[in-house]
Structure formats: structure tokens, C-alpha cells
Design a protein around this ligand. Structure first.
Ligand code: SAJ
Length: 411
């Protein structure tokens, strides 16, 4: 009953904690020594509701231990990053590094699950890579050698709701063989109360990418509508609300752009796998990536040639009520305003962080402020994230200021 979880990040750590809570002996592996030490003290190196409690309980009970060395185990869950290269193909080097550490521990019969979001074919690649390192083992049940069982089980949890969705969501389990898929299904059934859908590895990989791409395409539609509506002087939020009364229409919300490490990345893996066939998916990415610059243009137009204009930028996170600034369009927008409008003063309010992120640190005209202070002085208030804290703002404090509300909370 030993499970090793490789990569103790946003997905690996919650998975490790939930497995440990359900009676398995879990060894978490990470290259980051300070994360490993923190976890062994029962602490969590990032913010996710209810995760801290789960980790501290599992560590205290002795069911979860973190280490930098890959141990011997019956099952390995690989949850390492899959960023993209400069040509937007997937970078599988973290997966390969995990495989190089797992390979020496194998004796045959183990289950290896790739949980990282991956391009089609990555699970097959992981399996073949392991076999190239350990040729006396095989993926093929007919080969007459000790077997490795390799499967893909993509995570689908929403940041901010990870501990709930990890247990409640349905899961797709794709194996290189049906035995591998069934073994993975049995392992995840220990904690997952959703339905398990068994398929082959490549279809499972694509299912995950398609889910995020579906959302990206639909957000791009909403973002395009917001630009069209601005040109036609129509309130896009009212427009979408009205259209959504149709029983078969459900348009998503426009915003300052699409952030996070999933939706802004995953569609490119589909484009890379079929570049000639992916016009819509590519266009959606480009539309969403262009939205932050459109917001910057709105600010420039409003500020006109006024020098010393004071801008309050509310929110830096990539979406509401989290502290995650990765790929956040809000950060890019503030950086771009700072660069394009050197005469402007930008007070940034982000109640979920205490320091400016790297991309904004040291910019001479940008400072982190409380929401109250940022607004008091401002000529222009630019709302970038729909945090509850901003929704609860006393609207009379905004009187007389120019507002740019990219999330439609002040209509
Ligand atoms: N956004 C909009 N308008 C909307 C919805 C979202 O502009 O109507 C923006 C958000 O502000 C944010 C970005 O899109 O910048 C992404 O946010 P999100 O809430 O749509 O998704 P993520 O990135 O937090 O999580 C997604 C989820 N995927 C789907 O809902 C299909 C989650 O279930 C996945 O597990 C996660 O990606 C992942 O890890 O792949």
C-alpha cells in the first residue's frame, strides 16, 4: 500500500494528502527542499482552502512523508509541470526527470500514473522512456517479461475548490493497457466518489485538453463580444444576460484576459499536435491573449494626455478570491500601463498578497497599496479581478472617478 506522489505542487500535494487520509502510506517527492521540510512540519507552501488541515493531519498520523529521493513503491503518481517550449510544443523534461528517478526503483508489477496535463502521446512516451531505462521490463502483456502498468489520469479540479472537487468530480482514466487503466481506477476509487470513466491513454490526454480548450473558446467568444459591444456602445453584461435567457445559449463572462496555468496553456498542446487543423482553437487563444492590450488601450484613451494621472488597479490574481498570480492578465496589464504611461502613478491593491510580483517589482510608477488608499487618490479606477472584497466596496467611494470595470461587477 505504498504510493509515491512525484511533484508536491497544486495537484500532487492535495492528491497525496487525500490518499493518506484514505488509509494509504504516501511518500511525497519534490525537488524543492524547503517545500519538503515545510510539508514534513505539516505546513503547506501555498494557499488552498482546507489543504493545510489535510496535510497536517496526514503528517501527524504518519501517513504522509515528504522527501527529495524517489522511494520504492507499488504505485507512482507523477504530478509535475508540463510547460510549453518557445515553439509552444509541450516540454516533457520534468516528466522525463521523474521517470529517471523512478526507473531504478522498479522491479515489475508497478503502476505508474501520469497525472500532469499532457499532450497526446505523452503517456506512451513515458512508458517507452521507462522501458528504455529498464529494458528487462515491458509494457506488453505478450512479451513474457515483468510488466509496467502505465496510465493517464488527468486532474480536473478547480483552484480554490481542489479539496472538494478532487473527491467529488468524475474522473477519466486512460491506460496503455486495459489492466493499467483498471489498476489506476482502483487506486483513485480509494478517495474519488465521482464516476470513473475508463478509456485509452491518448483519449484521456485529449479529453483533458479539450475540456480546457472548450472553456477557452467560449471565453474568447465573450471577450470578442465585449470589444464589439464597446464599439457599439452596448453594455456587454446586459447583452449576455439577455441572450442567456435563451434555453440553449450559455455565454461565459468577458474579462481582462485568460490567466492561470491551464486554460491559457493547454489549447496550445492541441494546436501543436495538429497545427493545420486547429484554426478555431488557435484563434481563441490569440483572442484571449490580445484582451489585456485592449484593456490597456482603454486606460490610455481615458487618461488622454493628462500627465500625472493616478490609476488604482484593483486585483492581480488570475481570478477571483485566490492568491495565484501565475499567467495573470492583471499583472501584464499593470506592467504594460507602467511602461506605456511613464507619467502615470499606479496604485495596485491586491488583498491576497503582501508584495508585488516579480514582473512589477522595481517599476518606478507602481506601488502596492491598500484598496482604500489606492482608490482615495485615484482619477481612474481599473477593476481587474472580481474578488469579493472589491464587490463589497462602498460604491460612494468611487463617486466622481472614471471607472473601467473589466469584470462587470459595478454595472
Ligand atoms: N474566465 C473568464 N470568464 C469566464 C470564466 C473564466 O474570463 O467566464 C477567466 C478567469 O478569470 C481566469 C481564466 O479564465 O483568468 C481561467 O479560470 P477558470 O476558472 O475558467 O479555470 P482555472 O484555470 O482556474 O481551472 C480550469 C478548470 N477547467 C475547466 O473548468 C474546464 C479546472 O476544472 C481544471 O482542472 C483546471 O483548469 C486545470 O488544472 O486544468
Amino acid at each position: 500500500n505504498n504510493v509515491a506522489v512525484i511533484g508536491l505542487g497544486y495537484i500532487g500535494l492535495p492528491t497525496a494528502a487525500v490518499l493518506a487520509a484514505n488509509g494509504l502510506n504516501v511518500i511525497g517527492v519534490d525537488v524543492n527542499e524547503s517545500s519538503v521540510e515545510a510539508i514534513n512540519r505539516g505546513e503547506v507552501p501555498f494557499v488552498e482552502p482546507d489543504l493545510g488541515e489535510a496535510v497536517s493531519k496526514a503528517v501527524t498520523a504518519g501517513a504522509l512523508k515528504a522527501t527529495t529521493d524517489t522511494p520504492t513503491a507499488e504505485a507512482y503518481i507523477v504530478a509535475v509541470p508540463t510547460p510549453f517550449n518557445s515553439d509552444r510544443s509541450a516540454d516533457l523534461s520534468y516528466i522525463e526527470a521523474a521517470a529517471r528517478n523512478i526507473a531504478p526503483q522498479l522491479s515489475g508489477g508497478e503502476l505508474i500514473i501520469l497525472e500532469s496535463t499532457s499532450p497526446p502521446g505523452a503517456t506512451q512516451h513515458l512508458g517507452e522512456y521507462l522501458i528504455s531505462l529498464r529494458p528487462e521490463l515491458s509494457l506488453d502483456p505478450e512479451a513474457g517479461k515483468p510488466l509496467l502498468h502505465v496510465a493517464h489520469c488527468p486532474e480536473r479540479v478547480l483552484p480554490g475548490r481542489v479539496m472538494i472537487e478532487m473527491v467529488a468530480n468524475d474522473r477519466i482514466v486512460g491506460g496503455l493497457t486495459s489492466t493499467a487503466a483498471e489498476m489506476a481506477r482502483d487506486l483513485y476509487s480509494v478517495f474519488c466518489h465521482g464516476s470513473m470513466h475508463v478509456t485509452d491513454a491518448k483519449t484521456a490526454e485529449m479529453a483533458k485538453l479539450v475540456e480546457n480548450s472548450y472553456r477557452d473558446v467560449n471565453i474568447a467568444f465573450a471577450n470578442e463580444l465585449s470589444i464589439v459591444s464597446s464599439k457599439l456602445d452596448i453594455d456587454v453584461w446586459e447583452l449576455i444576460e439577455l441572450a442567456n435567457h435563451h434555453p440553449r445559449v450559455n455565454i461565459l463572462q468577458p474579462g481582462p484576459g485568460v490567466g492561470g496555468h491551464c486554460i491559457a496553456v493547454d489549447p496550445w498542446f492541441i494546436v501543436a499536435a495538429a497545427p493545420e487543423e486547429t484554426h478555431l482553437i488557435r484563434q481563441a487563444r490569440e483572442t484571449n491573449d490580445a484582451k489585456p492590450l485592449w484593456v490597456v488601450d482603454q486606460v490610455k484613451k481615458l487618461a488622454g494626455t493628462k500627465d500625472g494621472v493616478k490609476i488604482a488597479a484593483l486585483g492581480l490574481a488570475f481570478k477571483a478570491n485566490i492568491d495565484d498570480l501565475r499567467e495573470s492578465p492583471a499583472v501584464g496589464i499593470v506592467a504594460e500601463i507602467s511602461l506605456n504611461m511613464p507619467g502615470a502613478r499606479i496604485s495596485v491593491a491586491e488583498p491576497h498578497v503582501d508584495t508585488l510580483p516579480r514582473g512589477l517589482l522595481g517599476l518606478p510608477n507602481v506601488e502596492l497599496q491598500t484598496t482604500e488608499n489606492a482608490i482615495t487618490d485615484a482619477d481612474i479606477v481599473l477593476l481587474l479581478v472580481d474578488h469579493d472584497a472589491f464587490k463589497a466596496l462602498d460604491r460612494s467611494k468611487l463617486a466622481g472617478k472614471d471607472l473601467i470595470d473589466t469584470r462587470g461587477i459595478w454595472r
